[in-house]
Design a protein around this ligand. Sequence first.
Ligand SMILES: *[C@@H]1O[C@H](CO)[C@@H](O)[C@H](O)[C@H]1NC(C)=O
Ligand SMILES: *[C@@H]1O[C@H](CO)[C@@H](O)[C@H](O)[C@H]1NC(C)=O
Length: 281
Amino acid sequence: MLGVIPSIVRTWKSTNSVSGYNWSTIRCFSSTGEASNVDEYLWLMGRARYKPVIECCGGTEIGGGFVSGSLLQAQSLAAFSTPVMGCSLFILGSDGCPVPKNKPGIGELVLGPAIFGSSTTLLNADHYDVYFKGMPMWNGKVLRRHGDMFELTARGYYRAHGRADDTMNLGGIKVSSVEIERICNEVDDCVLETAAIGVPPPAGGPEQLVIAVVFKDPGNNTTAYLQLRMSFNSAVQKKLNPLFRVSRVVPLQSLPRTATNKVMRRILHQQFAQLDQTSKL
Ligand SMILES: *[C@@H]1O[C@H](CO)[C@@H](O)[C@H](O)[C@H]1NC(C)=O
Ligand SMILES: *[C@@H]1O[C@H](CO)[C@@H](O)[C@H](O)[C@H]1NC(C)=O
């Protein structure tokens, strides 16, 4: 079994750096850490005679995973087929209440509070405030916050849509950074990866969409860079919403990441908010 994270698969695919390896004895892949992408994972399976990718999503503070793939069920790319043993999952509707079980939809994922191995105390913060304060009840128990956006598809698979904190509000429309990034990553061959950040203008008002871009070849991107804002703009408008507008593109050497390789959009958010203020002076 070969364990991967989506970022490393993206790099392998874009640089074709694993082409010389014989992976015929791999029985399956496992993946965790970030929301994955159908095209990239189909490509990954293709490296090893289309063996399955078993995805798992969880958190340190719940002692492991809460939703997973399984070799005992039909699998769907970039999706999870089952809550893990001992976990119950709920998706919150726009009214903040859990939508009925098995009803397709998208929203913030919350957990039934009884999970083996989940934390009960927190260093340097109040455990109740962080995980339970303001959460809805279910069967007499307060549900546990987790902070991921999840979709339950009509065919009964779960899909991850990034962190709930990573949603932004563009002209009154709530949209997840991950959705925008998925579109921008495919706009041009010179793009390795992107991060979509909603930056409030210094004087207040609606968030503006800033795209941080990392190039495959950082030394050779001048022409591409000049056209990129237009390309991002038309792709986002065509595939997501005609009202969205990319206000700026910021080239970076790499995206800031946590030790477990999650993009720290909060850091980019702070940087870009400051950039905005200095450029206005
Ligand atoms: C890959 O490895 C398998 C198992 O060791 C072997 O049977 C096969 O011939 C190898 N394929 C290539 C292209 O080297
Ligand atoms: C930039 O890329 C073009 C082709 O895409 C190539 O012809 C050129 O030599 C490259 N320049 C540098 C400085 O790498």
